[in-house]
Design a protein around this ligand. Sequence first.
Ligand SMILES: Cc1ncc(COP(=O)(O)O)c(C=O)c1O
Length: 383
Amino acid sequence: MKDKTFLMIPGPTPVPESVMLDIAKHPIGHRSSEFSSILEEVYTNLKYVFQTQNDVFLYTSSGTGAMCAALENLINPGDKVLSLVLGNFGNRWAKIAESRGAIVEKIEVNAGEVINPEILKKRLEEDINKEIKIVTLTHSETSTGAANDIQTLCSLIRAHGALSVVDGVTSVCAMPCKPDEWGIDVLISGSQKGFMIPPGLAFLTANERAWKVYEQCKNPSFYFDWASYRKSTRSNSTPFTPAVNLIVGLNTALKMIKAEGIENVNMRHKKHCLALRAALRALNLELLVSEDKNASYAITSILPPEGISVPAIRKTLKEDYDIVVANGQNQLKDKIFRIGTLGFVSDRDLISCIGALESTLYKLGHKFALGNGLKTLIEELNK
Ligand SMILES: Cc1ncc(COP(=O)(O)O)c(C=O)c1O
């Protein structure tokens, strides 16, 4: 049976029917009062989801656009940037910074590991002349499934006087992420992740400290310029023609998140991720991020069992059950597969996914007690 595709990847993520139906309506004029009212609600609810009193800018772009919107409005050539790299997306910050002429230094860890705050602390203490202007971080590193302790790392960066620029593309909604409370100076995210809408929108929030650095930026971005977005955001508008239909869908999705409550949304992701991890271990599978405390609640990376390939697992899941899980990226391609639990994911989706994975592994000859994964999952979900 076809046409029942079920996404368990870290984005795009599943979209609720009501959101899809709203997106399917005829476009409306982006300068109309009707659209302005929608934007007013969207901007207010984005502040709620981002847990900030500062403006949240809405860009028509993918998540990488918001990464550019952050660094291209802050960096002058020759500025020193420290990039904390857990994987592919941490490296992307470094590449964007380099493209603006920054001198980039990295603290890099092995795949599946997180940044040890003591190592950052030591490096910052060595920076006696306070040359490091910006530190880039990834909250949830989607390429590995590891999640940094952003609160601790950002407090060290703040104490040093540098600016923290955080990628929350797969953490906002999935994990507690509190820029105002934790002192995150710039935080970005993307629509096709925890926000339950398709790709095409990205978000950025910046505090007063970040605005001071923006004011020193000699060549801010044209399309992503913070000043023009602040002006538009405060008048319930956008500087350019935005993805009108996606914003209509976003309005519906944000109301759903608000009705559930952001803390409950975070808790749902945590429960799903920890239950999934327990179920995978019960299937004798090894997890790339071994300790639960370092796990992203959005994405879980799994090593294939001895003698069974990642392509075989993904192919069987897709062809026999119409379930799509992600491959590893770059050097992790075919070394791990990744299951997303991000956004519009319910207990039922996890039960289907683990049931199908058990069946897949059984067919491929993996040795485990059939039913162990589902049993563990159901027990964990009902704790
Ligand atoms: C952590 C993280 N950062 C950045 C991005 C880039 O987002 P996009 O592909 O929407 O440009 C992704 C995409 O998966 C991501 O997971």
